[in-house]
Ligand binder design. Structure first.
Ligand code: NA7
Length: 533
């Protein structure tokens, strides 16, 4: 069995930076194991047409190296999937990381051996490894959710999930296509399918909020400005709660007149992007304030859509704005103005089954050549729980987490010594511009391992008390917002049948979280126990 100091599971943003940190800074013998045939994580798998990042390009990248930042130019305001994948390949090549990555191997088992204090790892290709440190970089939106709808196996056409898109692409020309789901993914995908499909039928269960992205190709002057301002950009995105390059306004919604508020919303709408949610500071804490922005969005959508029935269905919002991750779009609402696009409201007429030739709802039968599931993920915990993970005293992770995930800071799990999670439950990552959370997590883990190596510790472990306290911090913080109005969201595990309904991310922003982590380190890693046995 091959032994390593550290094994990292996953070769996306997290795995790449963690490998560089452990191998090049700490000189540890480190291996990345990745289930895909190549690196990229999310950006390797999500190749559906229209796949694009909602964070602005110059913020959705690593900032740990000035040189890497300055030697790369993003061509558009928001980057397409293939460009992000190209960027990750550029970083990996620059740092010569690929030679320490093992592809096409899914970690299926990770058991902690208390006698040796080592992790035993096994992959689906029957490769086995030992390591002292095990780090999960499996991603928070990576385990595809294919809803359990009766009859899928009978379907004679083709079907796809957006998160496992075929590398050869899909030809929609002259095809009758069903798209199930209107999350960020579905909203990006529909306008692309509609360009060539004979007919696109969009199955919507809950309406989603979507803001214009206002994507554009950026000019050389803009690219230069980004490169010339590395430090300012870095400081900014490390200081805002969401890790994006915009501050939340210090004004409350009702501090301004109705007229001025409308102007502010209009201006934000024209600018486009996620900054729209930061126009007033109380949008996610005051329901009346939230209603003003919901009404503005409704008006905008209603004037864009020609079919007034469709406009009503897509704006029949069931939860307040920004209580789930808001989505960005390019021509999503305009797509419904095309003759080949129809909207099917399955909140009124739900899907009964998939048949040989299509989809049957309670009241109708539809025929399709292709069904696309844009139905999201078993988010935050799904990928980790797909591994047979066993810690001390034979605790199974699935057993420990049966009532919801338990972690300390989203970085360690009680009973799982020397195991760290990047973007795990309890971390703020999914509520932020994710690479900013990843950089913080990787740097914390690297410093912690460095501390262990210097002091010759054999194990680090958190405990139940601190993990339960952290759970309490999250629960209390989320109750102070409007987010609990949307318990059916994946942030609560609400999209997966049988999943415990627990709010999973830390909701109070990245700088506050970072400060908590720093204070804990100053208090000699309060809540973690180091051992030398
Ligand atoms: P999301 O945001 O989870 O959206 C999934 C969509 O699929 C959403 O509209 C769901 O409706 C719908 N859905 C899920 N299951 C079903 C079933 N069984 N029947 C009908 N409709 C269903 O996933 P995305 O991939 O769009 O985005 C995930 C994140 O990735 C996103 O935040 C981006 O930042 C990147 P629902 O709202 O649950 O009624």
């Amino acid at each position: 069995m091959v032994s390593y100091d550290a094994i990292i599971i996953g070769a996306g943003f997290s795995g790449i930076y963690q490998l560089h940190s452990l191998r090049d800074k700490l000189k540890l013998n480190t291996l990345v194991i990745e289930s895909g045939k190549d690196l990229g994580g999310t950006w390797y798998w999500n190749r559906y047409p229209g796949a694009r990042c909602d964070s602005e390009s110059h913020t959705y990248n690593f900032t740990f190296s000035k040189e890497i930042f300055e030697n790369w130019s993003w061509p558009e305001r928001y980057s397409k999937q293939d460009i992000i994948l190209e960027y990750l390949n550029y970083v990996v090549e620059k740092l010569s990381l690929k030679k320490d990555m093992l592809f096409d191997n899914k970690v299926i088992k990770a058991h902690f051996d208390e006698k040796s204090n080592l992790w035993n790892i096994k992959t689906n290709k029957d490769k086995t490894f030992l390591c002292k440190y095990l780090i999960s970089a499996v991603g928070c939106l990576s385990a595809a959710n294919i809803p359990k709808i009766n009859g899928l196996r009978k379907f004679k056409g083709k079907w796809y999930h957006t998160g496992k898109w075929p590398h050869t692409g899909v030809d929609f020309k002259n095809k009758r296509v069903a798209q199930i789901g209107v999350g960020s993914t579905g909203i990006q995908l529909a306008p692309e399918i509609a360009k060539s499909a004979k007919k696109l039928s969009i199955f919507q269960r809950s309406p989603n909020f979507s803001i214009p992205a206002r994507n554009e190709i950026v000019n050389d002057k803009y690219k230069k400005k980004i490169k010339d301002n590395y430090q300012e950009i870095r400081d900014l995105i490390k200081s805002t709660p969401t890790g994006h390059a915009f501050h939340f306004s210090s004004q409350s919604t009702f501090d301004v007149s109705n007229e001025d508020r409308k102007k502010i919303y209009e201006n934000g709408w024209q600018k486009g992007g996620l900054g729209f949610r930061g126009l007033f500071k109380d949008i996610t804490t005051n329901l009346d304030a939230n209603k003003t922005i919901v009404n503005f969005i409704k008006e905008k959508v209603e004037t864009t859509m020609l079919n007034k029935h469709y406009a009503k269905v897509v704006t029949d919002f069931k939860y307040p704005f920004a209580t789930r991750r808001p989505t960005l779009n390019t021509d999503y609402y305009e797509t419904f103005n095309k003759d080949n696009v129809e909207l099917i409201d399955i909140s009124k007429d739900s899907i009964k089954e998939i048949t040989e030739t299509g989809i049957s709802t309670i009241e109708n039968n539809y025929e399709f050549d292709i069904i696309v599931f844009a139905t999201g993920y078993d988010a935050i915990t799904g990928a980790l729980l797909s591994i047979d993970m066993v810690g001390k005293n034979n605790i199974k992770l699935s057993e420990l987490w049966k009532n919801g995930p338990l972690t300390y800071l989203g970085l360690q799990i009680p009973g799982f010594p020397n195991f760290f999670t990047i973007t795990g439950p309890g971390s703020p990552s999914v509520l932020t511009n994710v690479p900013m959370a990843i950089e913080q997590h990787v740097e914390f883990i690297t410093d912690c391992i460095s501390h262990m190596e210097k002091n010759k510790y054999s194990t680090i472990e958190t405990n139940n008390d601190y993990s339960l306290k952290w759970r309490g911090v999250i629960d209390k913080a989320v109750e102070e917002t409007l987010i609990p109005e949307s318990k059916s969201s994946w942030l609560y595990g609400g999209n997966i049948e049988g999943k415990p309904k627990v709010f999973m991310p830390y909701p109070s922003g990245l700088p506050k979280y970072k400060k908590i982590c720093e204070d804990i380190v100053l208090k000699n890693y309060e809540g973690f126990n180091f051992d030398k046995h």
